[in-house]
Design a protein around this ligand. Structure first.
Ligand SMILES: Nc1ncnc2c1ncn2[C@@H]1O[C@H](COP(=O)(O)OP(=O)(O)O)[C@@H](O)[C@H]1O
Ligand SMILES: [Mg+2]
Length: 257
């Protein structure tokens, strides 16, 4: 049984003056503990798809099945990380991580222990009492990752989480994320518009084409794990890159990078 079944999802945003079809008939099955990346140009509906999977918005058509059951209301079983860390500036690191636990009414003493473990896991030991303004962008995103994991969800949804970071921090966090995924066994859906990042992280890359957003191709990545940076320079990697790039930009109209 797949962890998540996305069945014939469509989404049209309607306002008084306009209609935008962001997704059209998207179907995808994601296996338990799989690492899937969604890649495509800006505006192709990646965030829309992720928000629907996270239960933040409703589809216009289609349905979602989690663990064999139709998802009818937001589930606690997901953690979400966005491009901006959106930390509360008046709360210290540990209290930002604990925020979902407070909202969900979980046992705070237990969650505090878990928060400290998570902060250690993401390399922020010693920064528990620091405030967001005292942390770099990469460190803030590590806090956001810990916060997304505090209630131990089995699904982690990430929407271009490293896009605002410099290239080195981005690579470093990518490898840390893979380490966490490997030890903590999560089903991950990771959105990016960076094809290299999409390939390096994924078990499967879902390539989307724009207007309306559709799945153009699903590419299984057979590079061994643990992944390393030098894999980027292999012929195998290059052929994945070319294959994905070709389908993403074949729709026409989209600007090339
Ligand atoms: N709340 C909204 N209202 C109206 N249109 C929207 C809304 N959110 C996104 N869109 C439109 O839907 C399309 C897909 O957007 P989005 O899912 O954010 O794409 P991506 O994350 O791939 O850049 C875009 O054309 C965007 O302008
Ligand atoms: Mg987006």
């Amino acid at each position: 049984m797949s962890k998540i079944h996305i069945e014939n999802l469509s989404k049209t945003y309607r306002s008084k003056r306009s209609r935008v079809t962001a997704l059209e008939d998207v179907s995808l099955a994601i296996e338990q503990n799989e690492f899937v990346t969604l890649v495509g140009p800006s505006g192709c509906g990646k965030s829309t798809l992720l928000k629907i999977v996270g239960g933040l918005i409703r589809p216009s058509r289609g349905r979602l099945i989690y663990d064999g059951e139709p998802l009818l209301q937001p589930t606690r079983d997901v953690g979400i990380v966005f491009q901006e860390p959106v930390l509360l500036p008046w709360r210290a690191t540990i209290d930002n991580v604990l925020l979902p636990a407070e909202i969900l009414g979980l046992n705070l003493a237990q969650c505090r222990v878990r928060a400290l473990e998570l902060l250690k896991l993401v390399g922020l030991e010693g920064f528990e009492s620091s405030y967001p303004r005292e942390l770099s962008g990469g460190m803030q995103q590590r806090v956001a990752l810990s916060r997304a994991l505090i209630h131990n969800p089995s699904v982690l949804l990430m929407d271009e989480p490293f896009a605002a970071l410099d290239a080195m921090t981005r690579e470093e966090l990518g490898f840390e994320l893979m380490r966490i995924w490997d030890t903590h066994k999560k089903t991950v859906i990771f959105v990016t518009h960076n094809i290299v990042e999409a390939i390096l992280l994924a078990d499967r890359v879902v390539a989307m084409s724009p207007r309306p957003g559709r799945i153009a191709k699903i590419v299984k990545i057979d590079l061994p794990r643990p992944r390393t940076l030098d894999m980027e320079f292999t012929g195998e990697f290059k052929s994945y890159f070319d294959e994905i790039r070709a389908v993403i930009y074949s729709g026409g109209g989209a600007a090339r990078p």
